[in-house]
Design a binder for this molecule. Structure first.
Ligand code: AP5
Ligand code: MG
Length: 211
């Protein structure tokens, strides 16, 4: 099962992908997470993409496609995987189609006002990467991850300016993928507005099989 999680920033792709990954025993590959980890490690790639990701612009297609190709060569992807945040442009989708047989594209939808509320309240664990929200998904102890006790931080692209840019970039460069995958009869819309448990249930209904 090779799944694409498509949708605007903050729609909850990463949150639901973590649940689906655990339920179906397939890895969750997020290009945003791969870039953030390269930045944290100070690699050559990290240095190249730092300012681009923080502003909310897209990393050039060649770099992103090469990163995905390399990640998919790892053994844990043999029985399927979820890719979240990729493809994000038509050239990325065309390239991806040459090396992966996509099973389904789940398109998570959410109105812009709700996106802004979700992103501006997001907090992420510096240690394990788990995602919270100051209003809708609070930790038991403020600023501390429930799962591992790590410190929470705010992503550098969750500022007002970057969120605004990410929404514009999404509308211009990523939204055309909805039509692209609809034409290929791979697209299924998922309403992201309900609570996380309900969104997860909607996804398992679409995927059908539980591990
Ligand atoms: P990336 O990390 O992919 O960011 P994004 O697409 O902007 O998506 P987010 O991670 O912000 O949102 P999400 O949908 O995962 O939401 P989440 O589950 O966290 O990309 C970052 C950057 O990397 C890009 O801007 C670009 O520069 C670069 N990049 C990445 N991929 C690229 C590519 N393919 N090409 C080029 N460049 C690329 O949830 C958000 C918040 O809502 C959280 O606080 C969460 O707790 C809360 N929440 C989630 N679900 C619910 C719910 N159902 N109800 C209430 N609250 C909820
Ligand atoms: Mg994410």
């Amino acid at each position: 099962m090779n799944l694409i999680f498509l949708g605007p920033p903050g729609a909850g792709k990463g949150t639901v992908a973590a649940r689906v990954s655990a339920e179906y025993h397939i890895p969750h590959i997020s290009t945003g997470d791969l870039f953030r980890s390269a930045i944290k490690d100070g690699t050559e790639l990290g240095l190249k993409v730092k300012s681009i990701t923080e502003s909310g612009d897209l990393v050039p297609d060649e770099l992103t496609i090469a990163l995905v190709r390399e990640r998919l060569e790892e053994d844990d992807t043999d029985d399927g995987f979820i890719i979240d945040g990729f493809p994000r442009t038509i050239p990325q989708a065309e390239a991806y189609g040459t090396f992966v047989n996509v099973t389904k594209v789940l398109n998570f939808t959410l109105p812009d006002a709700e996106i802004v509320a979700r992103l501006s309240g997001r907090r992420v664990c510096r240690n394990c990467g788990r995602t919270y929200h100051v209003v809708t998904m609070k930790t038991k102890k403020e600023g501390i991850c429930d799962a591992c006790g790590g410190e929470l931080y705010t992503r550098k692209d969750d500022t007002v300016d970057s969120i605004k840019n990410r929404l514009e970039v999404y509308a211009k460069q990523t939204l055309p993928l909805v039509d692209y995958y609809e034409k290929l009869k791979l697209l299924v819309d998922v309403d992201s507005a309900p609570a996380p448990e309900a969104v997860f249930k909607a996804v398992t209904d679409v995927l059908g099989r539980r591990a």
